[in-house]
Design a protein around this ligand. Structure first.
Ligand code: IMP
Ligand code: MG
Length: 168
C-alpha cells in the first residue's frame, strides 16, 4: 500500500485544526461537547482532543453505514443516552465522502443542540451527493482514492496503521 499522509504530516494537520478550534471557541463559557464518531474517528478524535485547551467534554457515538467493501449503505446512529440539549457540539469525523453521514448527524443535532460545528480529518468532495457545511477540514483529497489507516478501515482492517495509505 502506498502512503498518502505520513504520521508527521497527520500530526501537523491535527495540531493546526486544534489551534483553529481553540481560537474559535476561546470566548465560550460552557464546555464544548466533542462528539467523536466511532469507529473511524477514534484515533483522530483522541489526538485532536489533546490539542484542545478550551473547556470540553467528550462523548462517543457509533454511526455505521453498513458498508460492504468500499460502497456506502444505509446509515444507523446509536445516540445512546447522551444529553445533547442546549449544548455546543463539535462533531469529529474521519472522512466525509458522499456527505450522507454528516448530513444526518447535523440535521439531528441541529434541532436539539445550541450550536453544531463539523470537523473532519479528510474530505473527498468529488464523491458528494448531498451538500454539507464543514467547518474544519484537515486534508482534502483529489480524486476518489479509498484510504485506510489512522482509524479508517476497509472491512474492519488497517485501522491500526499510524499513517494514511491508499488501499491497493
Ligand atoms: P459518507 O456518509 O458517504 O460521507 O461516508 C462517511 C463514512 O464512510 C466515513 O465515516 C467512513 O467511515 C466511510 N468512508 C468513506 N470513504 C472512506 C475511505 O476512503 N476509507 C475508509 N472509510 C471511508
Ligand atoms: Mg466513519
Amino acid at each position: 500500500m502506498q502512503t498518502l499522509y505520513s504520521t508527521a504530516q497527520i500530526a501537523a494537520v491535527v495540531q493546526q485544526l486544534g489551534k483553529q478550534i481553540n481560537q474559535d471557541y476561546a470566548a465560550q463559557h460552557e464546555p464544548l461537547l466533542v462528539l467523536i464518531i466511532l469507529k473511524g474517528a477514534l484515533i483522530f478524535g483522541a489526538d485532536l482532543l489533546r490539542q484542545l485547551t478550551i473547556p470540553c467534554e467528550v462523548e462517543l457515538i457509533r454511526a455505521s453505514s453498513y458498508r460492504q467493501g468500499t460502497s456506502p449503505g444505509e446509515l444507523s446512529v446509536a445516540w445512546g443516552g447522551i444529553a445533547l440539549e442546549d449544548r455546543d457540539i463539535l462533531i469529529v469525523e474521519d472522512i466525509v465522502d458522499t456527505g450522507q453521514t454528516a448530513r444526518a448527524l447535523i440535521d439531528h443535532l441541529g434541532t436539539i443542540s445550541r450550536s453544531v460545528k463539523f470537523c473532519t480529518l479528510l474530505d473527498k468532495p468529488m464523491r458528494r451527493t448531498i451538500e454539507v457545511p464543514l467547518d474544519y477540514i484537515g486534508m482534502t483529497l483529489t480524486g476518489d482514492p479509498f484510504i485506510v489507516g489512522y482509524g479508517l478501515d476497509h472491512a474492519e482492517r488497517y485501522r491500526e496503521l499510524p499513517y494514511i495509505a491508499v488501499l491497493d
